[in-house]
Design a protein around this ligand. Structure first.
Ligand code: 1CP
Length: 345
């Protein structure tokens, strides 16, 4: 058995299956007591990501707890800005904080060239995870989209409106494009190394796509995601690796998302006007279910899960997932319950 026989790879190849493959965004994380037990040994979250044995242990935790069809690398999207010298730390209750955020065009010019070797700890984690999972279980590697990485790098921390970032991209257009190009090149080299180390699938997280108007989204995000996907499709190492694009609440239509050349679109839970008929036969689909449903009782979870199954039952290539990551307030028992409903439908 190889990963080609797995139902995730079949679904990504747009095959219609009787039961969808199942995995969850943030399937490893703070909602799991076994994660919290490991996490408390590290002050800084990124120090934990820099330990390949610990990353392997954390990636395996959800696979041991639930009946899932894919592993996802345990790491974070902010490894690239950290490697570029922006120095990312994670502060309790605040989240990621950059010691050297981008504040000017001068700062953009000062950024060092990305050396893919500086993230060798990630590729080592990929190798460890790959060795520890069944031969037919795919491992998903990932990166943040160039835009999402640029947004954190300019803002310097998370934010509800990314005001500094919006001012910067308006006033420093050329530098913004320079920065986006640098991140696109870095993402390509980074993902290529993840694939060399054993990643079978790639997911690109455009978690801050929702900040941009339609035109800005095309100019500052989709253009670079498309360039990244095309670079991966044109490289002999990554050419056959299926690519999933998660774009959070993007203000563009279905056709424009599909034009990115991704193999699969991961649906954010609010994208109610996504046109599945425009997508049919062109891309696989993933997700859709509102993660907050998992805070409800089991009757409601069951009802909502069945609605999603019904909606996609004839869609060629549907992957069950949530419409965004599992949040820390979710009871692992509900994940088990939901997984069983999907598996036994
Ligand atoms: O303190 C802690 O324990 C840190 C919590 C945590 C975890 C478990 C962070 C900090 N990152 C991660 C792991 C992670 N992050 C994974 C691998 C685990 C898995 O999926 O099983 C992945 C794929 C990510 C990706 C990631 N990091 C995204 C994209 C997904 C999304 O949710 O949209 C984003 C935006 C980040 C940034 C980030 N890292 C961590 C936090 C709390 C955040 C979000 C900060 C914010 O709200 O802006």
């Amino acid at each position: 058995m190889t990963t080609t026989d797995s139902i995730l790879i079949k679904a990504l190849g747009k095959q219609k299956l009787s039961t969808p493959p199942i995995w969850y965004m943030r399937q490893a994380g703070r909602y799991m007591p076994e994660y919290r037990a490991v996490r408390k040994k590290f002050k800084n979250f990124l120090d934990m990501c820099k330990n390949p044995d610990v990353c392997c242990e954390l990636a395996l935790q959800p696979l041991n707890a639930f009946n899932l069809d894919a592993a996802i690398l345990f790491s974070d999207i902010l490894t690239i800005p950290d490697a570029l010298g922006l120095e990312v730390t994670f502060i309790e209750k605040i989240g990621p904080v950059f010691n050297n955020p981008i504040r000017s065009s001068y700062d953009v010019n000062q950024i060092k060239m990305f050396d893919p070797e500086s993230l060798s700890y990630v590729y080592e984690a990929v190798q460890n995870i790959k060795r520890s999972i069944p031969a037919d279980m795919p491992l998903i590697g990932f990166c943040g989209s160039p835009w999402t990485l640029v947004a954190y790098s300019i803002e310097g921390h998370s934010s509800s409106n990314f005001k500094k970032t919006k001012t910067f991209i308006e006033n420093e257009k050329d530098s913004t494009h320079d920065l986006l190009t640098r991140f696109t090149d870095a993402c390509f080299l980074y993902l290529r190394e993840q694939v060399k180390a054993g990643a079978d699938v790639i997911q690109i997280f455009d978690s801050w796509a929702n900040l941009l108007s339609r035109n800005d989204l095309i100019e500052f995000s989709m253009k670079y995601i498309t360039a990244l996907i095309n670079a991966l499709k044109n490289d002999p190492i990554t050419t056959n690796i299926p690519i999933i694009l998660f774009s959070r609440d993007p203000k563009i239509d279905t056709k424009e998302l599909i034009n990115s050349n991704a193999d699969c679109i991961s649906l954010y839970w609010k994208m109610k006007d996504f046109n599945t008929e425009d997508a049919r036969g062109k891309v696989a689909l993933q997700g859709d279910l509102n993660p907050k449903i998992l805070l409800e009782n089991k009757d409601i979870i069951s009802l909502e899960a069945n609605k999603v199954l019904e909606k996609y039952k004839d869609y060629p290539g549907y992957i069950f997932n949530l419409g965004h990551g599992i949040t820390p307030d979710i009871d692992p028992d509900k994940i088990r319950f939901l997984t069983d409903i999907i598996r036994n439908n």
